[in-house]
Design a protein around this ligand. Structure first.
Ligand SMILES: Cc1cc2nc3c(=O)[nH]c(=O)nc-3n(C[C@H](O)[C@H](O)[C@H](O)COP(=O)(O)OP(=O)(O)OC[C@H]3O[C@@H](n4cnc5c(N)ncnc54)[C@H](O)[C@@H]3O)c2cc1C
Length: 344
């Protein structure tokens, strides 16, 4: 016969004050900011066996303050000084490299994500890897049960930080979140010394082609307008010729830039219709928060996002940006979309 204790253990539900779905740079930053604001009971759920297998591990790590909308600029103006002091504040390096006074910099997204998560864990957060969220139930009275492949978790607050998969997670509670995956390809060159390695990240705003020094070569990026939404992460070799034309047009020395298609890679942008992220609560679904749709800016804006989400969850308000409601989910229904022209 089974002992009474067996049933007590078996019946035990997992609990957390805040459950964050997705352990990329955004989920990790939110966990860090929450735990450092005193909220210790935070559970981050990541379906992969390691963090960084989503967009974060594919990113170029570019950081900039030049945007067309005040809210994007304000997010950068929180994030850039945070990155400059990352190691001092978080305790791990971010490989932050500022270039001149151009307000252009780079970080290593993987190190940032790991730094945030390690700091959050030291302050009480738990990370479940290899655990997929399969559905979410909202009970009368407002509490949630998050069903996972490791068993159910009860919580009062759920954060969707599921990157390019965030629309699927939003569907679990009946929300149509307009975030679409869009393939994005990067091409590293072989060692090349005919252009200075001291150069900052250079952006050709007329085409969106941009590059930065990477090791002894350069890392090239360009947003192919022919790309269509979908979960495609294989690299398309014909892209090399297209990007090299833009490269040589901008930097004549790149006409002879050697590249190896085998070292190129692709990942997913999480695109919204107005190329701005979706942050904050959802009207009619209290306790459910969104941190999605960064449209190519998720690494650079992850510090501001973490702070904003922690502020909104714990205090219902934030002063990181003047008016966070412009980034709310409600803008898609009301038609009050933002307009960003500096999308790369
Ligand atoms: C090629 C490329 C270059 C880029 N360059 C830049 C750049 O220069 N600067 C910049 O700021 N941004 C850049 N970005 C964008 C940036 O990488 C993303 O905006 C950012 O990484 C998003 O972070 P995230 O944590 O939201 O998503 P992710 O890193 O994708 O994390 C989401 C996580 O959620 C997990 N998940 C999904 N569904 C579930 C589920 N049901 N249960 C459990 N876990 C789940 C996934 O496994 C994933 O690990 C680039 C992106 C790409 C692809």
């Amino acid at each position: 016969m089974l002992s009474k204790n067996f049933w007590v253990i078996f019946m035990e539900m997992h609990k957390a004050d805040v459950v964050i779905i997705g352990g990329g740079i955004v989920g990790s930053s939110i966990a860090w900011h929450l735990t450092h604001a005193g909220c210790k009971s935070v559970l981050v759920i990541e379906r992969e066996s390691a963090q960084g297998k989503g967009s974060t591990g594919k990113s170029m790590g570019g950081v900039r303050a030049q945007f067309a909308t005040p809210v994007n600029i304000q997010m950068s103006l929180y994030s850039i000084p945070f990155y400059a002091r990352f190691e001092e504040v978080v305790g791990n390096p971010a490989d932050y490299r500022a270039q001149g006074y151009l307000f252009l910099a780079t970080v290593d997204p993987y190190s940032v994500m790991n730094g945030f998560m390690a700091g959050a864990a030291e302050h009480g957060a738990t990370l479940w890897k290899k655990t997929e969220v399969t559905t979410i139930t909202r009970h009368h009275g407002g509490a949630y049960t998050v069903a996972t492949t490791r068993g159910p978790v009860n919580t009062s607050t759920v954060v969707n930080a599921a990157g390019a998969w965030s629309a699927q997670v939003a569907k679990f509670i009946g929300i149509d979140l307009p975030v679409e995956p869009l393939r994005r390809m990067l091409v590293p060159s072989e060692p090349f010394s005919d252009f200075p390695h001291s150069s900052p990240m250079v952006i050709d705003m007329s085409t969106g082609f941009h590059f930065r020094p990477e090791g002894r070569g350069f890392l090239l990026a360009w947003n192919d307008p022919e790309e269509r939404p979908g979960y495609k992460t294989e690299f398309e070799p014909s892209f090399i010729e297209k990007i090299l034309i833009h490269a040589a047009n901008r930097v004549p020395a790149f006409e002879n830039l050697p590249v190896n298609p085998k070292r190129a890679w692709a990942g997913l942008y999480e695109m919204t219709p107005d190329h701005h992220c979706v942050l904050g609560p959802v009207a009619g679904v209290p306790g459910f928060f969104l941190a999605n749709g960064f449209s190519g800016h998720g690494v650079m804006h992850s510090p501001a996002t973490g702070k904003i989400l922690a502020d909104l969850i714990l205090h219902g308000t934030t002063n990181v940006v003047d008016d966070v409601s412009v980034l709310g989910f409600g803008r898609f229904a009301s038609g009050k979309l933002l307009h960003e022209t500096a999308v790369l």
